[in-house]
Design a protein around this ligand. Structure first.
Ligand code: SF4
Ligand code: SF4
Length: 351
C-alpha cells in the first residue's frame, strides 16, 4: 500500500506549493483495543454429502443411521453468520456440517461474507477435498484467503485415486494453514499409518481421530486392543489427543462458555456441544447478544472426545499453544525443556 499513498503525497516535479502548509498538530492517537479471543464451533446440520463412508457419523454410510430430520435452514444460517460478524471478539470459527461443506452454495456464500468481517480472525473449514484445485480457486473468489484454515478428512475407501488426493493436499498445504484428519477405523490401522507416512513426506500435518461408536458389537474407542492402542499412539498427533480422544479422559476446568462457544443449528449458544446444558448463553439466529462466563468452569461431562472442543480445556492451554489459525494445529509448550531434561517429555509428564 505504501507506493499508492506516496503517489499522492509526492511533490509534483518542478512546482512549489502555493502556500506554506500549516504545521500539523500531532493529536495523541489511542492504540486500537485488541478484541478478546473467542473460539466458535458452529454446527449447521447441513445434510448432503458427495461420499458415503461406511463409518460416517452423519449417517451417509452403514454404521450410523441417518437422522430422520435435518434442521438445516439457509436463512437461519445467514442470520447466525451476520450476528457472528457483530460480536465484540476476535472470532476463530469452525463451521461444521453433516455432509460436505463445499457442496452448498449457501454455506460457501455465508463463509465468504464472514471472511471479510473485521472481527473475523480465522475461518476454519472442513472438507473431504473432493473438488479439484481449479474448482476451489473459483469457490474462494471474494474470500479473505489470509483468514482461511482448512482441515481435510481423508477417506481411503471412498477416494479412488489416493496419489491424486495426496498431491492436492500438498498443494493446499502450500496455500493455506492446512491439516489432514483420518479416522482410525479398527480394521484399517496399518493402512492409515502408511497413508500418514506418505502425507508427512509431503510436509502435510496429519491428525488421527480414534473411532467413536459401535463396530462389530463393540463400542469404540474403549474396545481397541492393547496392540491397536500402541499403533494409534505411534501415529496420534499429541499426548493431549491420546488422553482425550483415545483414553476418553475426564476433563477438568474448561474455557467453554468463556473463551469458547458452541452454536447449534437453531442458533442457540451453549458453552460447548458435548452434551446438554440448562439454559443458553444466547441465540445468534435472533441477536448478537451473548452472556459469556467471567472465567473457566469445571467440565460437567465425563469425557470430551471432540477434537475441536477438547482444546478449550485449561489443561490444554497450560501445555500447548496454537501454532496458527487452524483449530487443529498446535505444539507442546515445553519442548525446549524436554530437549534438556527428558522428565519434561510430552509423553512422560503427568497428564
Ligand atoms: S465425507 Fe464425511 S460426511 Fe461425507 S460420508 Fe464421509 S464421513 Fe460422512
Ligand atoms: S472439556 Fe469439553 S465437554 Fe467439557 S466443558 Fe470443555 S468443551 Fe465441553
Amino acid at each position: 500500500m505504501q507506493h499508492l499513498f506516496s503517489r499522492f503525497l509526492a511533490k509534483a516535479p518542478g512546482k512549489e506549493p502555493a502556500a506554506k502548509a500549516t504545521p500539523a498538530v500531532a493529536t495523541p492517537q489511542k492504540a486500537p483495543v485488541a478484541l478478546p479471543p473467542l473460539n466458535i464451533r458452529y454446527y449447521t446440520d447441513y445434510p448432503t454429502c458427495n461420499l458415503a463412508c461406511s463409518y460416517c457419523v452423519a449417517g451417509h454410510g452403514t454404521t450410523f443411521q441417518k437422522p430422520p430430520t435435518s434442521r438445516w435452514d439457509p436463512d437461519r444460517y445467514r442470520r447466525v453468520m451476520a450476528n457472528v460478524a457483530k460480536l465484540p471478539y476476535a472470532v476463530n470459527i469452525r463451521i461444521g456440517v453433516g455432509g460436505e461443506f463445499f457442496v452448498s452454495k449457501d454455506l460457501v456464500d455465508g463463509a465468504r461474507t464472514l471472511s471479510q468481517s473485521p472481527n473475523l480472525h480465522a475461518l476454519n473449514l472442513i472438507t473431504n477435498l473432493t473438488l479439484s484445485v481449479a474448482q476451489f480457486e473459483k469457490t474462494f473468489r471474494g474470500f479473505d484467503e489470509s483468514k482461511i484454515a482448512m482441515v481435510a478428512s481423508f477417506h481411503p475407501e471412498q477416494i479412488k485415486d489416493h496419489a491424486d488426493w495426496f498431491d492436492k493436499a500438498a498443494e493446499f498445504n502450500r496455500r493455506y494453514d492446512f491439516a489432514v484428519i483420518m479416522v482410525a477405523f479398527p480394521e484399517a490401522l496399518d493402512e492409515i499409518a502408511a497413508h500418514k507416512a506418505r502425507l508427512t513426506e509431503r510436509g502435510v500435518d496429519v491428525f488421527i481421530q480414534p473411532f467413536v461408536g459401535p463396530h462389530k458389537e463393540k463400542w469404540y474407542p474403549q474396545a481397541y486392543t492393547e496392540a491397536e492402542r500402541e499403533k494409534i499412539k505411534a501415529m496420534i498427533y499429541s499426548r493431549h489427543d491420546y488422553e482425550y480422544l483415545l483414553n476418553a479422559k475426564r476433563p477438568g476446568a474448561c474455557n467453554a462458555g468463556y473463551r469458547a462457544i458452541f452454536i447449534d443449528p437453531m442458533g442457540v449458544v451453549t458453552p460447548c456441544g458435548m452434551g446438554k446444558y440448562h439454559g443458553s448463553l444466547g441465540n445468534l439466529a435472533e441477536s448478537a447478544e451473548l452472556a459469556l462466563r467471567a472465567g473457566p468452569a469445571p467440565c460437567p461431562f465425563s469425557s470430551c472426545q471432540c477434537d475441536t472442543e477438547n482444546v478449550n480445556t485449561v489443561e490444554f492451554h497450560t501445555h500447548y499453544e496454537k501454532s496458527g489459525a487452524n483449530q487443529h494445529r498446535y505444539r507442546y509448550r515445553f519442548g525446549d525443556l524436554a530437549a534438556l531434561d527428558e522428565r519434561y517429555d510430552e509423553w512422560k509428564i503427568h497428564y
